[in-house]
Write a protein that binds this ligand. Sequence first.
Ligand code: SF4
Length: 204
Amino acid sequence: MAVKTFAVTPGFSVGGAIFTSKQLALIGSVIGDEAKVEMTTFKQLYVTIEEDRIPDVQLQLEEVDLEIHQAGFVSKSLITCNFCKGAVEAGLDVAKALDLAIANHEVPSPLKIGYAGCALGTSEPLLKDIAVVKMRDSFDLYVGGEAKGLKPSFAKLLVSNLQKEQLIPITMKLINIFQTNGKKKEKFSKFVDRMTLEELRASV
Ligand code: SF4
């Protein structure tokens, strides 16, 4: 029997990405004894089960407000901080809208997009491929962070002082540029180096 992997998240709110006990219990009960569950570094659970059971299992998971995402070479759901400064000050609504827009687009290599509600950046935004950091009344956008390997690198500032209305269009533009110009399996950090910051800045 063929198996396939999909991703599950509880979404996020003030407090972070938190599964309820009901959600966890349901995951355990519906996926079956043969399922494999992996905790990824990007706040998604990867669930691997028999392919023909996926539609029914996903339906049941969605009924307890779990979110289903694609696994593999796609843009991941937004990796956020815990919004400890509160929903308004940390920009929870902006982050939720951004998450809806950016997740699950096919890309040359898995794309991790981070969000921090203030410059303390406790969600480690500068280690993500693309990162949004809320400053006082505006947002800064960084690109090209790389946490893996023995030579990790910090994302570099692409644009500062963005207004909230600009965030989704500019992030989607970056995803589109990567879709069009990225080489198969090319890491986004390498792509940024190849394209250069200046060219990307001019393109968005
Ligand atoms: S990034 Fe700022 S708002 Fe978000 S959890 Fe950390 S300290 Fe709180």
